[in-house]
Design a protein around this ligand. Structure first.
Ligand SMILES: [Zn+2]
Length: 254
């Protein structure tokens, strides 16, 4: 079993990013819903590219297939990435406009496709590892892959420390654990180490796939190191309690 499925959540930092793509800085600023192009980091391919508007229409309180009337409501705007051609869909809640195509005061903006996701490690995993991992996931969700790589690497550092490694460099920490951990795990640890290593990545961009692979490797490793042992302990405890209940039930009172 490879950890838990990704859980979609609403990332507060996304609002700022989305507003910036319309050239404004705050909720309640006026945005131009007819905006034809924008600069944005693509949530699919991860490149900072130009996105082109494909369509905008109002979906509530009444459907309207364009910006043709001036009333407010919830609008759905679809962009496509000029680099990878995939679409990004946003819901924008706005006040009314002075005319159909005029700017409207924005009340809320959120990306609904692709779903922004966050990876989480279960509570059996020690807090310092979970903490770095979750921060890495937030970066990954915002398509900030260099930041994600650095935080996932920090999660691996914490994992090595938790297992007793004391050396300074991550390579040495992993080697310290040789003999204590299965060879498969040592290989996985070295693989994750390559991602956040800027000397390896000098001048290269981090691909979303590469970052996702490392996140999944960390999920697998923590499964082996923390989840499975915790499950075994819980099952052993349950068996012991059943045995004792049985014994107590059989033994005569007094
Ligand atoms: Zn793209």
């Amino acid at each position: 079993m490879l950890g838990r499925p990704l859980r979609a959540i609403y990332l507060p930092g996304m609002t700022t990013l989305l507003l910036a793509s319309y050239g404004v800085t705050a909720i309640s600023d006026y945005v131009d819903l007819a905006k034809a192009t924008r600069q944005m980091i693509c949530a699919h391919c991860g490149y900072g590219t130009t996105q082109t508007s494909r369509d905008v229409h109002r979906i509530a309180p009444q459907y309207h297939d364009s910006l043709g009337d001036a009333s407010g409501g919830i609008f759905e705007k679809t962009w496509s990435c000029d680099y990878c051609d995939r679409v990004i869909i946003e819901l924008i809640t706005c006040g009314s406009a002075s005319s159909g195509t005029a700017s409207r005061r924005v009340k809320e903006i959120m990306q609904i496709w692709p779903a922004r996701t966050i990876r989480e490690l279960p509570p059996e995993v020690p807090e310092p590892i979970r903490d770095r991992f979750q921060e890495g996931s937030r970066c990954e969700g915002a398509a900030a892959y260099r930041g994600a790589a650095a935080m996932y690497r920090a999660a691996v550092e914490e994992l090595c420390k938790e297992r007793g490694a004391t050396k300074y460099k991550l390579y040495e920490k992993i080697e310290e654990l040789r003999g204590q951990l299965d060879e498969d795990l040592i290989v996985d640890l070295h693989e994750t180490r390559m991602l956040g290593n800027d000397s390896v990545h000098d001048g290269l961009t981090y691909s979303p796939e590469e970052v996702a692979n490392v996140a999944e490797l960390i999920v697998e490793m923590t499964q082996t190191l923390y989840i499975e042992p915790a499950k075994k302990t819980a099952m052993r405890e349950a068996r012991k309690q059943r045995r004792e209940a049985h014994k107590n039930g059989e033994s005569p009172a007094g």
